[in-house]
Design a protein around this ligand. Sequence first.
Ligand code: GCU
Length: 330
Amino acid sequence: MLNIKKTKLHLATAVIVGSLMGASSMSFAQTIKLSHNGDTKSPIHKALKFFADEVKEKSDGDLKVRVYPNGQLGTQRESLELLQSGALDMAKSNASELESFDPAYGAFNIPYIFRDREHFYRALESDDVGQKILRSSEKYGFVGVAYFDAGSRNFYTTKPVRTPADLKGMKIRVQPSPSAIKMMELMGASPTPLPFGELYTALQQRVVDGAENNIGAVTTYRHGEVAKYYTQDEHAMIPDVLVISATTWEKLSADNKEAVIAAGKDATAFMKTLWAEYTAEEMKKATKMGVEVLEVNKDAFINAVAPMHKEAAENPVISSYVKAIKALDK
Ligand code: GCU
């Protein structure tokens, strides 16, 4: 009798301990939310899904990332605000948008600061520039994880633009960023800040006469249905940036932090190849859509924004980054 009772007791204990272990290992596995404003067909969505897969693999399934595309969880600005308050875990933004949240990102937004794509990547990878900037924002409630190529930005408009003089009187949509507004004023246009998701309608309703972005805006987001001229002045190369809420970051184990950073590095490399293929394809598609690609002499555009280089060199927050970026131009 006694033995049977003991066995029952052992069994009961085993069941309780077993279920407690199960519960505790379940409570360690975490799913975090990542918001972005890109289309599911866009390379950034593919790169973020790749990132999510890598995080899962590198953390042995302990950490999962659920990706919410199309601004479902808010515009880029709203996502950043949610991140700061700890109501959202991760977001993909870009240096232009982030400048209003951490002025260090302004270093990337000086027009014509990068000579070419290689120079741009050297700056992103540099400890004194890209990597330091990723770490600069913890005091603002978020931490930078990784950069993604977003190509070079060019004007696309309803009337042809060949020189800055052509921009006079034109309303050009910009991101809500002090540098983007300043650049547009210096080039002679009227800057109109709008969230990306509102831009197609704004173009269609002639609220704005154009915008500026990589070729994907014209094709994947169909802005080329309305704006038929794409001016290749290549005024900026603004990286997309993946960021995590400081609240979420603090709660991650050291191993999961490592998994996130390593997955970010792999995703940056994945995007580098993907972006080059995408751009080549989209340029062809733009032409098929009836968008005229205008090759222009960049000198007048470069001269128009020269004051921004002078100001940046005197700006206490970004001058050291700007100097380091310029030193990598070789
Ligand atoms: C790029 C960038 C987006 C951004 C958009 C914009 O496409 O990748 O993050 O929202 O520009 O101009 O708003």
